[in-house]
Design a protein around this ligand. Structure first.
Ligand code: SF4
Length: 468
């Protein structure tokens, strides 16, 4: 996005504050464009005027161009979708990354139907709770290994029944056509157009209106393929610079991916400003045992989640492969401008009584869920007061003034905890020890300094609760 402030956008809008867009003012609408919540075409009067007046149309087109992400955003899927690309920066801290790398898991059409069902079910059912969110897998990649159009079509239809976005994999245009005749309305990503088959794949992408991957290890050829597709009317393109899994090959892959993204963002080269596909599944071509292949698949994925894969294809569905990649993805793609936080207030842990301890923590999600999980899994009964520290952890918020005795006093009052317990003892985190006196003065409660690490609360309680 070329514009950085709502004011720059405001001058392109009708400035009538009519509210048709759902926002009270054109300025609030402009702020939402910056946040990518709305698009310029969500302003009805602007669109209506553009249909009647060439000058307004020019203004709208200019605004669309100024507010479009540097990397094209593509939507894969029919009823359920996943967005890829749409990035604006090379480094997360410069703004944020918007669309997490999409994870697709491989099934192939020479598997028997039972195995296909098992793999698809694993993709659909995978769910991991992490810092207040459920992490899930995005889609299924269906690979044609039979080279038989009928079989591929049959398997693709079966997989489509699982409702996940799909990548269809075959270099054989006849097989791909057969599959698309069955599932084009699900808008799968088709993989891949190469120097050998690009004419047929261009025809397929145009005819079925589906996004397409272009593939070449040679970046000039890759760019030329993308340019040809674009000039022929295919707008949704993904670049695959070919993933080589080990040694110099892996180094070369890394360099190609970096070069593509740098050229697109720093060099403003629109011919390569597309999402990038990386295929960690290529690790399965290494001569090694299965665990080692899965290990390398995870290593490759981790490298390119950080830089700059928008979509990936995996084989291993083992929890030890999925957990590190999905957790890394979550952390890279959280918005650094907004700390991950939970609602402040009072939580009851394991049905506490009026005699049980009252603990204090912050509303930084990672801290909160760690403390909550340590208390719950340790079968500790208690009351947990969650202080609004603007999403910051204990040490930082104590130092930065978001964790203060005055705020603790307000929290005690707002949550009416004094009506729920008979005692007046508050257990504060060890990292907030320096506020012990101030909190006692403000609240009139006796403050006990708990351990630095909530994993030690159970042992700490054995020594310190009930207070003597
Ligand atoms: S619909 Fe357009 S003109 Fe009306 S308030 Fe929204 S941005 Fe402004």
């Amino acid at each position: 996005m070329k514009v950085k402030s709502p004011l720059e956008i405001y001058r392109y809008l009708p400035q009538t504050n009519c509210g048709e867009c759902g926002y009270d003012t054109c300025m609030s609408f402009a702020a939402q464009i910056i946040e990518r919540v709305v698009k310029p075409t969500d302003c009805p009067p602007l669109v209506r005027d553009a249909e009647k007046d060439e000058k307004v149309k020019k203004r709208l087109d200019e605004l669309i161009s100024l507010t479009s992400p540097e990397i094209l955003e593509i939507v894969i899927g029919g009823e359920n979708t996943v967005k890829i690309g749409g990035e604006d920066v090379l480094h997360r801290h410069e703004l944020t990354f918007f669309n997490p790398t999409a994870f697709f898991y491989d099934v192939w059409d020479s598997l028997d139907d039972k195995e296909i069902d098992e793999r698809c079910s694993k993709v659909v059912e995978y769910k991991k709770f992490y810092v207040g969110d459920f992490l899930t897998l995005d889609g299924i990649a269906v690979r044609c290994t039979s080279n038989n159009p009928e079989r591929f079509k049959q398997v693709v239809k079966k997989v489509a029944g699982y409702g996940k976005p799909m990548v269809l994999i075959s270099l054989n245009a006849n097989c791909m056509r057969a599959a698309l005749e069955e599932v084009a309305k699900e808008r799968p990503l088709i993989y891949a157009a190469t120097e050998d088959n690009w004419r047929e794949f261009l025809q397929l992408a145009l005819e079925f209106k589906v996004p397409v991957v272009v593939r070449s290890k040679n970046l000039d050829k890759l760019k030329s393929l993308a340019k040809t597709f674009k000039e022929s009317g295919v707008n949704e393109i993904v670049l695959d610079p070919v993933t080589e899994p080990i040694g110099e090959g892996l180094k070369g892959t890394f360099e190609r991916v970096i070069q593509l993204r740098r050229t697109a963002i720093l060099g403003e080269d629109k011919d390569v400003a597309y999402p990038i596909m990386v295929t960690p599944i290529s690790a399965w071509s290494i001569e090694a045992d299965e665990i080692s292949k899965a290990y390398w698949e995870t290593v490759i994925a981790s490298l390119f989640i950080v830089k700059y894969a928008d979509v990936m294809i995996f084989k291993s569905l083992e929890p030890y492969s999925i957990m590190p990649t999905i957790t890394l993805r979550y952390n890279i793609y959280t918005d650094p401008r907004t700390p991950v936080q939970v609602e402040p207030g009072l939580r009851e842990i394991n049905n506490p009584t009026a005699e049980d301890p009252v603990f204090l923590t912050t509303n930084f999600a990672l801290t909160y869920y760690t403390v909550e999980s340590d208390l719950t899994s340790g079968n500790i009964k208690g009351w947990l007061l969650v202080l609004d520290t603007e999403g910051l952890g204990v040490e930082v918020s104590v130092a930065g003034g978001q964790f203060t005795a005055g705020k603790v006093k307000d929290l005690i009052k707002d949550t009416k905890i004094e009506e729920r317990v008979k005692h007046r003892y508050l257990v504060i985190p060890g990292l907030a020890a320096r506020l012990q006196g101030a909190i006692e003065d403000e609240t009139g409660w006796k403050v006990l300094v708990g351990p630095m690490d909530s994993g030690r609360i159970k042992g700490w309680l054995e020594q310190n609760w009930p207070p003597k």
